[in-house]
Design a protein around this ligand. Sequence first.
Ligand SMILES: NC(=O)c1ccc[n+]([C@@H]2O[C@H](COP(=O)([O-])OP(=O)(O)OC[C@H]3O[C@@H](n4cnc5c(N)ncnc54)[C@H](O)[C@@H]3O)[C@@H](O)[C@H]2O)c1
Ligand SMILES: O=C1N[C@](c2ccsc2)(c2cccc(Nc3ccc(F)cc3)n2)CC(O)=C1Sc1ccccc1Cl
Length: 332
Amino acid sequence: QAFFKPIQNAAPPSSTKRHTKISVVGVGNVGMAIAQTILTQDLADELALVDAKADKLRGEMLDLQHAAAFLPRTKIQASLDYSITSGSDLCIITAGVRQNPGETRLNLLERNLALFRNIVPPLVKYSPDSILLVVSNPVDVLTYVAWKLSGFPPNRVIGSGTNLDSSRFRFLIADHLDVNAQDVQAYIVGEHGDSSVALWSSISVGGVPVLSFLKRQQIAYEKETLENIHKEVVQSAYEVINLKGYTSWAIGYSVASLARTILRDQRRVHPVSVLAKGFYEIEGGDVFLSLPAQLGRSGVLGVTNVHLTDEEAGQLKDSAKTILEVQSQLKI
Ligand SMILES: NC(=O)c1ccc[n+]([C@@H]2O[C@H](COP(=O)([O-])OP(=O)(O)OC[C@H]3O[C@@H](n4cnc5c(N)ncnc54)[C@H](O)[C@@H]3O)[C@@H](O)[C@H]2O)c1
Ligand SMILES: O=C1N[C@](c2ccsc2)(c2cccc(Nc3ccc(F)cc3)n2)CC(O)=C1Sc1ccccc1Cl
């Protein structure tokens, strides 16, 4: 006898709601922050977790399952076996090796490339129609690597890119102006991390473009303030690492916001790492860089055609050149 008895003449469900499944590969600080935000924001019907450490994996799965009484119902699974990712709509890759003290970025990249060779093919095998969202660093090159290994069309391979950089930028501007960060539009583009490019003309607060406001008010010092705030985006990443040893909450919320936009076909514009060749005179090879991109259920719907100053365009081209030089040394 089933626990629940159906009412008389109940009709079968006419159409089942589209079942949404997200897989997260890497259940470390970042992966678990993303996973718990996905659960809290009810972004998926099913969440699959994969890692290389069996005990860590099972422990995190059980710990999340035990929160079920406080969360929207979500089926949570975990395994070393990628078959549990089967049929995913979105696969988020946060797996990575820790950068050793003094290790060069290129060496870190080579070690993470080796991981991706083992991670991307099974994800593709079990979810050939999914969208790949790369978070692992160096995120722009590893997004290119995931694209090459997956064989997916470029609209279905996205890197979190400067989404975190931009959210920190928005927080710092909002804090400076004592306004809600949700009313601050500001895009940092290009290479994620130390060499990102702030699009000054993209900054608007409550719909007011800040640069033209400053020019009208002849407030020259504020431009310097904005430049210092961009520097603080980078400094704050190092400050968080020095204070707590890793970052998790901001990247967790920022990646979950990408997942929501994609899975709910919100068609919002986010600064994320996309195949940038052909935009803003970026040529010379297949390179992923962050640009303001419209995202929806099929991934990248398009890239906005914002006006760039010569300086901004030059910085983007320099970043593309640097990344292409690094990529040329890889054997994918
Ligand atoms: N793009 C961004 O804005 C951004 C921000 C923060 C962190 N990150 C990056 O995210 C990555 C993860 O950071 P973290 O703090 O969570 O690191 P972490 O060390 O806490 O977690 C990494 C996880 O990957 C797992 N892993 C290692 N090899 C694996 C494999 N072959 N298959 C599956 N899982 C494997 C490890 O077991 C570990 O659980 C790093 O590369 C970090 O630089 C990126
Ligand atoms: O908030 C972070 N934390 C990390 C981190 C998290 C766990 S261990 C290191 C971070 C923090 C500080 C520096 C740094 N450098 C770096 C190292 C290797 C790479 F491949 C890429 C970047 N990375 C990873 C990362 O990308 C970020 S965002 C970030 C980093 C540097 C400058 C600006 C931003 Cl917005």
